[in-house]
Ligand binder design. Structure first.
Ligand SMILES: O=c1ccn([C@@H]2O[C@@H]3COP(=O)(O)O[C@H]3[C@H]2O)c(=O)[nH]1
Ligand SMILES: [Zn+2]
Ligand SMILES: [Zn+2]
Length: 241
């Protein structure tokens, strides 16, 4: 399978779009998060919302869910469809009540299910999204008191989304066979709600050699060559994983 990060930027980056990914397998297209800049970054990649098969949501911050209103409206009014949304069961009501309801509600449309074909996922359970593409949600620490999830695809590709540094989890994943880790990276310390580059550089070599850095700030280029064996993911470049 391939992944293309439609954006690789932090929430406040201006040179890079929001850190949203596109996973493709045999023509199936899974959007991983849908932030504020996603409608334009999707367009820049030569795609429309109608080309997507589903969206997978990690947590409720605008750089991950701020484009969902346009996704819903375009699919309803331009294409007459309800997009499939995979999301942790504990985030469904919060996403509707606290983020989407204000913009999307117009009687008689007043529920998440009026706009999305919602497929709630349980933490720690494997789901087949498409033949050959499985995902498991792993609840990870990001903001105290807010649910947030990372994703494990096919037992071999770990996608952090947004999470604090967790060396034990990363080591365990590698020990269990994970080959590639896409990790959010705050260039300057302290990382606070993300892993900082300094923290990631403290990982053992066998883990670092599997890490690709994403969700970075506008000063990323100053850090090229200062990331050990870890590499920055390039925006809108496709990688085989
Ligand atoms: O306690 C907090 C909460 C948030 N923030 C910033 O707001 C951003 C929201 O999106 P993000 O999760 O990609 O990144 C977050 C940080 O950049 C922070 O620095 N400290
Ligand atoms: Zn983010
Ligand atoms: Zn976040």
């Amino acid at each position: 399978m391939n992944i293309t990060m439609l954006g690789t930027g932090s929430a406040f980056a201006k040179k890079y779009d929001n850190n949203n990914g596109l996973i493709e397998l045999d023509g199936y297209k899974l959007l991983v998060d849908c932030g504020i800049t996603l409608p334009s970054s999707l367009h820049a990649a030569g795609l429309s919302f109608n080309d997507l098969d589903a969206v997978l949501v990690s947590h409720i911050h605008a750089d991950h869910v701020g484009g969902l209103e346009e996704y819903a409206f375009q699919m309803m009014f331009l294409y007459g469809k309800k997009p499939v949304m995979y999301i942790a069961e504990g985030l469904v009501d919060t996403l509707w009540e606290q983020t989407l309801r204000g913009g999307l509600t117009q009687e008689p449309l007043n529920a998440m299910s009026d706009f999305f074909d919602v497929r709630p996922l349980k933490d720690g359970v494997d789901y087949e999204l498409h033949p050959g593409l499985n995902v498991r949600l792993i609840q990870t620490d990001h903001i105290t008191g807010k649910l947030s999830y990372s994703f494990l695809f096919n037992d071999r590709f770990f996608y952090s989304a947004d999470m604090k540094f967790n060396a034990a989890l990363l080591q365990r994943l590698v020990d269990e066979g994970v080959q590639t880790i896409y990790h959010d990276c705050q260039l300057q310390s302290p990382g606070v709600v993300h892993a900082s580059l300094q923290e990631l550089l403290s990982l053992p070599d066998d883990v670092q050699s599997k890490v690709m850095l994403m969700h970075y700030g506008d000063t990323m280029e100053e850090y090229i060559g200062r990331t050990g064996p870890m590499q920055f993911v390039k925006q809108r470049q496709s990688y085989s994983i």
